[in-house]
Each structure stands twice: as C-alpha cells, then as structure tokens.
Design a binder for this molecule. Structure first.
Ligand code: G6P
Ligand code: MG
Length: 218
C-alpha cells in the first residue's frame, strides 16, 4: 500500500506545547498539594484534559465531585491559554513545516489528529491551518488516545485507508492508538518511550516524502 496521507499529532510533534501543559498542571497540582514532576507529565501526553486531571487526582488519592473537577479544568485551561497565546511561527518544532509543505507539494493529504481542544487555536497562531485538509481534535472525539478514534476520524474525513496513512506521534498512548487503528506509526522522540512505533525519529527535520515511502514499502 502506498503513501496517500499523513496525520499529525500536534502537541510535541508540530509545536512544543508540552512544557506549557506541564506548567499549568503543575500549578494546579501545587494548589491541591499533590506532588507532580516533569517526569510524571510524560504519562499525560496524548491524554484528554479530563483523563489528565483524573490521573493527577489519583496520584494525590483525591476524590472530587464533577462540579469541582470542571472548575479545576477550566482554571488549568485558562492558565494554559495564557501561556500559549504568544505562540507564533517560530514555535513550530524543527522540520515540521518543511515536511508538511513537501507533502502538500506531492499531493499527499495532510490532517491533524490531536486530543487537544485548543488545537485549532494553536494551528491558527502558528500559521499552519491553510496546509491542513482536515483537523480532528478534542472537540470531535469521545475517546482519548490510546483509543484510535481521533485518527480513524481523520482517515474517514480524508476518505483514505489507514494502511495508506502515516501517523506522527510523540506519545506512547498516541503510537498505540495509531497501531490499533491500522496506521503506519512514526514516533517522534525517544526510542525507549515509543518502542511500539514502526519507526522512531528524534524530530521531523530532514525527513523526506521519499523516506516515508521507502519505510512503508519495506
Ligand atoms: C494533547 C496533549 C495532552 C493534553 C491534551 C488535551 O494531547 O498531549 O497533554 O492534555 O492534548 O489538551 P487540551 O488543550 O484540550 O487541554
Ligand atoms: Mg503529542
């Protein structure tokens, strides 16, 4: 099967927003007197906002009612929005824009598959929206990664078989989602955290369409 489309995760693949998520969650965890480190934050990558909060509350053995949880998520998101509002084209991770442009130039469809409800805002801020054929984000899904829903919706929107699509992911949960959905998964980051991926690259710089085609046909 050949390469017909690529689906990109956003946080940690296109922009380095993970640090902003961490700062905002850390502030919330501090207020709740729950210890939360950058290492702990790895487990939240790819998880939805509510799954992330539940993870932190479990770490602190805290049980809260739904109303309080909604309040806490709104607070975290307000802090996060403050942190990302200044994001611009310079905040795009190395190689991401170049790769997406070369895919578009070759007629390969490009989509976003992110758990974030802020994905469209960030894509707009960094100026990448016009390059995307479809954007599926946290507002369109009911199940967060590792469920493949976000990528399957992207494939359906593009009308392309998952076997002809490469998914780029920096989170173990996202790589699992891609593999469960039948996609070719390229992990972006460290090999040891992304061992389920078909290929792992440290970042997207220097990655060519030809290389993707070779990987898929191997
Ligand atoms: C991404 C990030 C997660 C984040 C999730 C929801 O997948 O990797 O860390 O929790 O999106 O983001 P949101 O912007 O909707 O709170
Ligand atoms: Mg990510």
């Amino acid at each position: 099967m050949g390469l017909k489309a690529c689906l990109f995760d956003m946080d940690g693949v296109i922009v380095d927003s993970a640090v902003h998520h961490f700062v905002a969650w850390k502030r919330l965890a501090d207020e709740l007197s729950i210890s939360f480190t950058e290492e702990d934050n790895h487990a939240l990558k790819g998880l939805s906002r509510v799954d992330s909060l539940d993870h932190i509350l479990r770490m602190g053995h805290l049980h809260l009612d739904e109303k309080t949880k909604v309040k806490l998520m709104d607070q975290k998101n307000a802090w996060y929005l403050d942190l990302i509002q200044g994001m611009r084209e310079e905040d795009i991770l190395p190689g991401a824009k170049e790769l997406i442009e070369s895919l578009v130039a070759e007629g390969i469809r490009v989509g976003l598959g992110s758990s974030s409800r802020n994905a469209q805002l960030i894509l707009d801020n960094v100026g990448l929206t016009p390059l995307f054929d479809t954007v599926v984000d946290g507002n369109h899904i009911t199940l967060s990664k590792p469920d493949p829903e976000v990528f399957l919706k992207g494939a359906a929107a593009l009308g392309i078989d998952p076997r002809e699509i490469v998914v780029f992911e920096d989170a173990a949960s996202g790589v699992k989602a891609a593999k469960t959905g039948g996609f070719f998964a390229v992990g972006v980051g460290e090999e040891e955290q992304l061992s389920e991926a078909d290929k792992v690259v440290p970042d997207l710089s220097g990655l060519t369409v030809d290389r993707l085609r070779t990987w898929m046909s191997a």
